[in-house]
Design a protein around this ligand. Structure first.
Ligand code: SAH
Length: 230
C-alpha cells in the first residue's frame, strides 16, 4: 500500500488517502486537513512516504498515520467526553497533533519520545500553527521525554488508546497495564521469526471486563523501539 496516495498539496494527499479507504469518516478527514504536514516533514510533505527527520528517525508515511487512526477508531474520537491517548515514539509530533484534533472536549494526548532533541522539535513543529500553539498552551498536548516501553511515567492515569510508532521486540506489559477497560492499542511488533526484520501491526483490545485480545493486522516496516541512544 506504500506510496500510493501522494499528492502535490495537502488536500490532494488527503483526498487520495480517502479514495484508498484509509480515512474512515469526515471527522477524521477534517482532522488530517487541519494539520499541515509541511510543519512536521521537512521535505516532500505531501508524498505518501516516510521522511528522515534526523537522529536516524523517520516521520512515518501518511498512509500509516491514517491506518493507525482508522484502526484506533472510537478509542481516539471523543465527543463531549474526551479521549485520553498516548502516542509512544512521538517523533515529529505530527500524529500527536492529529490525535489532539480528534480527542474531543477535555481530551488529552501525551507524546512520549526518548530522544530529547526530537521532543523539542515536536513542540517547535506544533508551534508553527495557532492551533498547535493553543494545544500546547492549554495542556491538551504534552510531550514527555522517556522510554515509551514503560508508557507515561509522568502520571498514573490510564489511556483509552495507545499508539506505538516504532516496532517493539515484544508487547510491553506496562503499555497493556496503562490501557483502560475498554481500550485499544495499535502497535507494530517484530514477528516471532524476525530474522528478516519482518514486523506486523497488531491491535490489542482490552474489553470492559479486562480481557485482552490480540489481532494481527498486516506486515509493516517501522524503526525499532529501542534503548535511548547515548
Ligand atoms: N510517530 C512519529 C515517529 C515515528 S519514528 C512520526 O511519525 O513522526 C519512531 C519514533 O520512536 C522515533 O522518534 C524514535 O526516537 C522513537 N523511539 C524509539 N524507541 C523509543 C523508546 N524506547 N521510547 C520512546 N521513543 C522511542
Amino acid at each position: 500500500m506504500a506510496w500510493r496516495s501522494s499528492g502535490v498539496t495537502l488536500a490532494e494527499l488527503v483526498d487520495n488517502l480517502a479514495g484508498h479507504g484509509m480515512i474512515p469518516n469526515e471527522r477524521v478527514k477534517q482532522a488530517f486537513l487541519s494539520v499541515d504536514r509541511a510543519h512536521y516533514a521537512p521535505r516532500n510533505p505531501y508524498q505518501d512516504a516516510p521522511q528522515s527527520i534526523g537522529h536516524g528517525v523517520t516521520i512515518s508515511a501518511p498512509h500509516m498515520h491514517a491506518m493507525a487512526v482508522k484502526h484506533l477508531g472510537e478509542f481516539v474520537i471523543g465527543g463531549s467526553q474526551g479521549r485520553r491517548v498516548l502516542d509512544v515514539g512521538s517523533g515529529s509530533g505530527y500524529l500527536t497533533h492529529i490525535l489532539a484534533e480528534l480527542v474531543g472536549d477535555n481530551g488529552e494526548v501525551v507524546g512520549v519520545e526518548h530522544i530529547p532533541a526530537l521532543c523539542e522539535q515536536a513542540k517547535h513543529n506544533m508551534e508553527k500553527s495557532d492551533e498547535g500553539r493553543q494545544l500546547l498552551a492549554s495542556g491538551k498536548v504534552k510531550f514527555v521525554v522517556g522510554d515509551g516501553r514503560l508508557g507515561d511515567s509522568s502520571s498514573t492515569d490510564t489511556f483509552d488508546a495507545i499508539h506505538v510508532g516504532a516496532s517493539a521486540a515484544t508487547l510491553p506489559q506496562a503499555l497493556v497495564d496503562q490501557l483502560r477497560s475498554p481500550g485499544r492499542m495499535f502497535i507494530p511488533i517484530n514477528d516471532e521469526d524476525d530474522s528478516e526484520g519482518n514486523q506486523s501491526v497488531w491491535t490489542i483490545d482490552k474489553a470492559a471486563d479486562g480481557t485482552v485480545t490480540k489481532t494481527r493486522l498486516f506486515g509493516v516496516r517501522y524503526v525499532p523501539l529501542t534503548d535511548a541512544p547515548r
